[in-house]
Design a protein around this ligand. Structure first.
Ligand code: TRP
Ligand code: SF4
Length: 439
């Protein structure tokens, strides 16, 4: 694999070719799943969510009204901007679809990697992220919001997972060097624990499919997490054509094979066949088998194993910066922060890079280039309904719409959205205690 195509969760690179990510990393394209999503969210309908791993399993749970969950996290290392808003909307959407929601405030990561003090982490975590999440519709019922530094269960699981990965592997995935601190190297294990802990929490629903919506730069974490889940699990459960294979990963797991094989056999229409190293199951669904195997593992804590389902993931494209280039929290003109004064955001949109032509005449003749326009992107990610957006696109292409007018309309709408969002943020302050948090 060429070195350029390594994804760096802490890097500043811009992604040029999303299709290449699908080819290089085995990310699945999202398009073919769209028809199976009941009432798809804007980011799905507009192909901003472009890829996934295993999301089909989550959709199955949604369709069958079985429990499922969504988990994601935010590094409190600055102001939350429109990029973070996408993840927030994805979390809220999944909760509205019937899932439970877990949100990690990644203060350990912000402290270790960005050197943000614990006080700042606390303040930004609540002010910038949690308040906006609540403003966007996160409900306390079926939700858990926590700071990594305060979650002992996550820390313990992180330590257990860290036992399964050595330096060579981390170096290959993340490009860690001799300068990388030990705290930084622990972050992938803590993030993996954020993702793998919710199914261990019986209060939130126990074993169930989980989806992690993130920017695609986080895919290395997802791949590692999926691997680690398998490495600490007592059994490999694999779906093959027409049957499911259950294979104990270690000899000691098989001390009481009867209990789970018998339980499988007691399901109507299910047959099992014992082989020396595995059991073949026919007539059962994957979630059924996983449930039974998971129960078996939980019933025997003395074996010291977990049974963790590899998480699904959902990847969205990054919004480009308003000034062109990457949207970055360290370049104020490049982004719109959720807590910034609406009038300032308006000015940023008015100054944004467009896909307009050099002269009005040229634009009327040739039309604009929405593909190269930060304002069009802003509309695509944030504004209007699908028919309206298509209309904007056509008018731009046809040259019947000029950039000045187009920008001021978009700026106006963005200002209104922020104003409304900030009113909701203020109301959210009074609701923090419902999430067990305070400022
Ligand atoms: N590393 C993520 C970021 O930089 C934050 C994060 C922490 C996270 N834990 C997570 C994301 C769990 C998804 C799931 O934004
Ligand atoms: Fe962008 Fe609007 Fe200009 Fe088209 S008309 S290039 S969408 S600002």
């Amino acid at each position: 694999m060429p070195k350029e195509s390594r994804l760096d969760p802490w890097g500043r690179d811009q992604i040029e070719d999303y299709g290449q990510l699908i080819r290089d990393f085995g990310i699945e394209p999202f398009g073919p799943l769209l028809a199976r999503v009941p009432r798809p969210m804007r980011l799905m309908a507009r192909s901003i969510i472009f890829g996934h791993r295993d999301y089909g399993r989550v959709l199955e749970a949604v369709a069958a009204r079985r429990p499922f969950g969504v988990i994601s996290g935010f590094m409190p290392s600055g102001r939350a901007h429109l990029g973070a808003k996408m993840v927030m909307e994805e979390i809220v959407w999944h909760q509205k679809m019937g899932g439970d929601a877990t949100v990690a405030v990644a203060d350990m990561e912000a402290h270790a990697v960005r050197n943000i003090s614990w006080e700042r982490c606390r303040e930004w975590g609540i002010r910038e992220y949690v308040l906006s999440l609540i403003a966007l519709g996160l409900e306390p019922d079926r939700a858990k919001v926590y700071f990594q530094s305060e979650n002992r269960q996550v820390q313990d699981l992180a330590f257990r997972l860290a036992k399964e990965a050595n330096h060579s592997e981390l170096k290959a995935i993340y490009g860690f060097s001799g300068e990388t601190t030990l705290a930084h190297m622990l972050c992938p294990a803590v993030q993996a624990a954020d993702i793998l802990a919710p199914p261990l929490d019986e209060k939130l629903g126990g074993s169930r499919p989980l989806v992690v919506p993130v920017g695609v730069d986080q895919d290395p974490h997802i791949r590692l997490t999926r691997d680690l889940a398998a490495r600490v699990s007592g059994f490999d459960v694999e779906e093959r054509k027409g049957h499911i294979v259950v294979r104990p990963r270690r000899g000691d797991v098989d001390l009481r094979p009867g209990s789970y094989v018998e339980r499988l056999n007691s399901l109507r229409g299910v047959k099992t066949k014992n082989y020396r190293s595995h059991v073949e199951v026919t007539g059962a669904t994957f979630p059924q088998v996983e449930q039974i195997i998971g129960d078996h593992i939980r019933a025997h804590p003395e074996l010291g194993h977990y049974q963790l389902v590899p998480p699904a993931s959902l990847y969205h494209r990054f919004m480009s910066g308003l000034t062109g280039g990457k949207m970055s929290s360290s370049i104020p003109e490049s982004h719109i922060a959720l807590s910034e004064p609406p009038a300032e955001a308006e000015v940023k949109v008015l100054k944004a890079k467009t896909g307009g032509r050099a002269t009005e005449r040229e634009q009327r003749e040739k039309g604009g280039e929405p593909e190269k326009c930060a304002v069009y992107e802003l509309m695509q990610y944030n504004l209007g309904d699908d028919a309206w957006l298509e209309d904007m696109y056509k008018q731009c292409r046809a040259g019947t719409r000029l950039c000045g007018e187009c920008k001021s309309r978009a700026a106006e709408q963005m200002k209104a959205i922020l104003k409304d969002h900030q009113e909701r943020r203020e109301e959210a302050e009074g609701r923090l205690d419902e999430f067990g948090l305070k400022i």
